[in-house]
Design a protein around this ligand. Structure first.
Ligand code: RAM
Length: 544
């Protein structure tokens, strides 16, 4: 994140400043019109809390807090709120939407305003640990607390901000000494653009895999709003990396292809003027991109379009957006040397290169890998559209880069791929060497297997990278290992009480945060829904 902020201004100048013309000038408006016309209609469901709960310190629970039942919701709604300040209600599931509450007299009419602080939590810690002092790298305002002043009683008030939560804490900050009142209702109009049900899993599916799938589906459903959001609590916008994984999971579950089309058009319409697909875009107040170019995400756009075409057969869309793909494949060319190796240092200086939230990760190997992988996918896409002639340089480029990468980054003796001057060994590098096809099946399996016993190996920092590691394992025939990884990593989150999967998770550190504040992490995060894809795409591995 730090890097992305530092890089922002520089990237902006380098990537956008030298362009004289908008390469999509003739298409932008039309694409935006198509994006608008395909905006999904949200399904609304009214949900109420099931019970009141206590949140108690417990070392063994996730982040040190556990939830225990307190008293029935009716006794909250019927009693004086003055005696209930600090109450926590539990909606029993993760929900996203607008919250309303009702205040009524409980005796004499109110002669002074009331003030209530609402705190919304996706996980127990958010309703247990004070948000301040806040030292996170992202805006404090992402944390979901709202102070509402009520001037007239009785009343029904809707909190203006959309919220994502399971738990709500309510504290009384001020009221008349002479009158009394009760909070007689609280409900959320929960929204999602999912309007189908995923098919049931095979009866033979192990119980924990079944639970992981269910939590993954909830995560995906909650993130599927009018775009594929990265997280309904934060950042609530469309990022290419998240879209890619969500659309894969959607293809094997809810099959809302209209949403995928909408997002692909949004991204095309809001691409930077130099042709680069935007790392992320906002729908409101008017559709616009964040100026924050991200190298790997731009390339992933090409693969997302190919996957969409494969899932839907919608050639009209793929043909219409093909020119964005052609723009993305130009990006790496300026960094590919005559020897087939990218100038990684230059690319790193000029771009935000992401791949994972793990400090110290060397991304040279992954960068070679993602370019080869995107080029291969683009060539496939071109073939599906009969456009190979337009990208005829790709096969030779792929070949040259593959050989160069193998020659320079494969440590034959150790049987692993290394990255950067320090010859770092990481999960990230092995995964991308497999996915790109730089590693043969045997080399890939050997390399991935070697990691478990490699001292100093750089492990993934977030579920996003785990996706690519699992995909790589399946590619090289490590089916049992892939299953074990899903069962251990996501299963661990389930065992720690996850209703939805988290943005970052390190089994050894419940407090890991890329933003220096674990409370601002997103605990319903799109890129973490990916077990849904694996479980359903590979039933022979996961459903028995
Ligand atoms: C974060 C979001 C998002 C991700 C980017 C790179 O801000 O969590 O999911 O795609 O980083």
């Amino acid at each position: 994140m730090k890097k992305s902020i530092q890089c922002l201004a520089a990237c902006l100048l380098i990537s956008l400043g030298t362009q004289a013309q908008d390469v999509y000038k003739n298409d932008r408006e039309r694409w935006l019109e198509i994006a608008k016309a395909t905006t999904p209609v949200l399904t609304e469901t009214v949900k109420r809390p099931l019970k009141t709960v206590n949140v108690e310190k417990d070392e063994k629970s996730f982040q040190g807090w556990k939830i225990t039942p307190k008293y029935s919701i009716d006794s909250l709604f019927n009693r004086s709120f003055k005696k209930n300040s600090g109450v926590i209600v539990d909606f029993g599931e993760h929900l996203t939407g607008f919250v309303s509450f009702k205040i009524e007299d409980n005796g004499r009419a109110a002669d002074a305003p009331l003030r209530i602080k609402f705190t919304f939590g996706e996980v127990p810690a958010e309703v247990a640990v004070p948000f301040d002092p806040y030292q996170g790298g992202l805006s404090r305002a992402w944390l979901q607390d709202e102070i509402i002043t009520i001037s007239e009683v009785p009343t029904v008030i809707t909190i203006p901000r959309r919220l994502a939560f399971r738990y709500v804490k309510m504290e009384l900050l001020g009221s008349s000494r002479y009158s009394d009142f009760k909070l007689s209702d609280i409900f959320v109009k929960a929204t999602t653009s999912v309007n189908t049900q995923a098919a049931p899993l095979a009866a033979s599916t192990p119980e924990l895999i079944r639970k992981i799938d269910q939590v993954g589906l909830t995560t995906l459903k909650e993130c599927m709003q009018t775009v594929y959001e990265d997280g309904p609590k934060r950042d609530r916008r469309l990022w290419i990396g998240d879209l890619y994984l969500e659309s894969l999971a959607n293809t094997v579950s809810f099959k809302n292809y209209a949403l995928t089309k909408h997002c692909l058009y949004m991204l095309a319409a809001l691409s930077y003027e130099n042709g680069v697909a935007p790392s992320n875009v906002f729908e409101r107040p008017a559709p616009h991109p964040q100026i924050n170019p991200l190298f790997d995400y731009a390339l992933i756009y090409t693969v997302a379009l190919k996957e969409y075409l494969e899932a839907t057969g919608d050639k009209e869309t793929a043909n219409d957006l093909w020119k964005t793909v052609k723009q993305q494949i130009e990006i790496p060319k300026k960094y590919i040397g005559a020897d087939g190796m990218m100038d990684y240092k230059k690319a790193e200086k000029e771009w935000w290169v992401f791949f994972d939230w793990r400090d110290g990760l060397d991304k040279q190997a992954a960068l070679q890998g993602v370019v080869i992988w995107a080029y291969k996918n683009t060539y496939e896409l071109a073939k599906m559209l009969g456009k190979e002639a337009e990208v005829k340089e790709l096969p030779a480029l792929i070949e040259k880069m593959t050989q160069a990468t193998h020659k320079n980054l494969y440590d034959t003796k150790a049987g692993v791929f290394v990255s950067g001057e320090a010859k770092q060994i990481s999960y990230c590098s092995q995964a991308w060497m497999v996915l790109s096809g730089v590693a043969t099946k045997q080399e890939g399996a050997k390399a991935l297997k070697a990691l478990a016993t490699t001292p100093e190996v750089v492990r993934p920092g977030a579920p996003y990278l785990y996706h690519y590691v699992i995909e790589a394992m399946i590619r090289v025939g490590m089916e049992q290992e892939a299953k074990d990884l899903i069962t251990n990593y996501w299963g661990d989150m389930v065992n720690k009480g996850a209703d939805t999967f988290w943005e970052v998770y390190d089994p050894k550190d419940d407090f890991l945060s890329p933003y220096n504040a674990y409370l601002v992490n997103s605990y319903c995060h799109a890129w973490s829904c990916t077990p849904v894809y694996f479980i359903r795409k590979y039933p022979a591995i996961f459903q028995k």
